[in-house]
Design a protein around this ligand. Structure first.
Ligand code: DX5
Ligand code: ZN
Length: 220
């Protein structure tokens, strides 16, 4: 079985000490940096945009995993590639022509991800699964860090894994929201490949040790 990955969410970092926190992640067992971009329209919150991503990219040495919670993401695909995004994830609910959007992301040399809200059925991805490098299953309603994990996510992981396997696809499953040491192991056992963790990592006293703990649980 391939290694399970940990993607700390920079949304929960200390923005006043962003370089310090990015360097902490560089020196930790984190695999990816998860970057949450919110527009105040698709979700009821605004996080940060291009200048902040640029500052993060400048210091980051790991894979940059950008999660766009914005309407009409096609407008910015090129710019995110230029800013250093390795993976660009758009929301299923925000794309009228998802297949076209996925191709546009790949044309810019990035991996293409699709995020789905807790109410969105995984079956809706069947016809494009082979075009998707990563499915981000939202295990909270997007917009805020620090929310409680929605338990129904386990069954969604299993259903999605079946779709991936039956289509011979190599799509990764990422879980985003409310990930802690209490659910990490169960999530990867159900079939998840990447765990995003924001507040659980950044609220911890020893952040690198917390990342290591999640990594160990995810791979146990
Ligand atoms: C929520 C974001 C998440 C968030 C996760 O809209 O997409 O990535 O930062 O934060 P925690 O781990 O605190 O739920
Ligand atoms: Zn996210």
């Amino acid at each position: 079985m391939s290694e399970k990955l940990i993607a700390p969410s920079v949304l929960a970092s200390d923005f006043g000490n962003l370089q310090r926190d990015v360097e902490m992640l560089n020196n930790s067992e984190a695999d990816w940096l998860h970057i949450d971009i919110m527009d105040g329209v698709f979700v009821p919150n605004i996080s940060f945009g291009m200048p902040v991503l640029k500052a993060i990219s400048k210091h980051a040495t790991k894979t940059i995993d950008v999660h766009l919670m914005i309407v009409d993401p096609d407008r910015y695909i090129k710019e995110f590639a230029q800013l250093g995004a390795d993976i660009l994830t758009v929301h299923y609910e925000a794309c009228t022509h998802l297949h076209r959007t996925l191709q546009a992301i790949k044309t810019e040399g990035m991996k293409a991800g699709v995020a789905i809200n807790p109410h969105t059925n995984v079956d809706l991805l069947k016809d494009v699964i082979k075009d998707i490098d990563l499915v981000c299953l939202m295990s909270v309603n997007p917009g805020f860090g620090g929310q409680s994990f929605i338990e129904n996510t386990y069954s969604k992981v299993k259903q999605l894994k079946e779709i991936i396997n039956s289509n011979n696809a190599s799509t990764l499953i990422e879980i985003d929201g409310g990930v802690t040491d209490a659910n990490a192991k169960q999530l990867t056992q159900a079939g998840a490949d990447v765990l995003v963790a924001g507040s659980f990592v950044f609220k911890a006293e020893d952040q690198p040790a917390t990342i290591s703990k999640l990594k160990q649980l995810a791979n146990s």
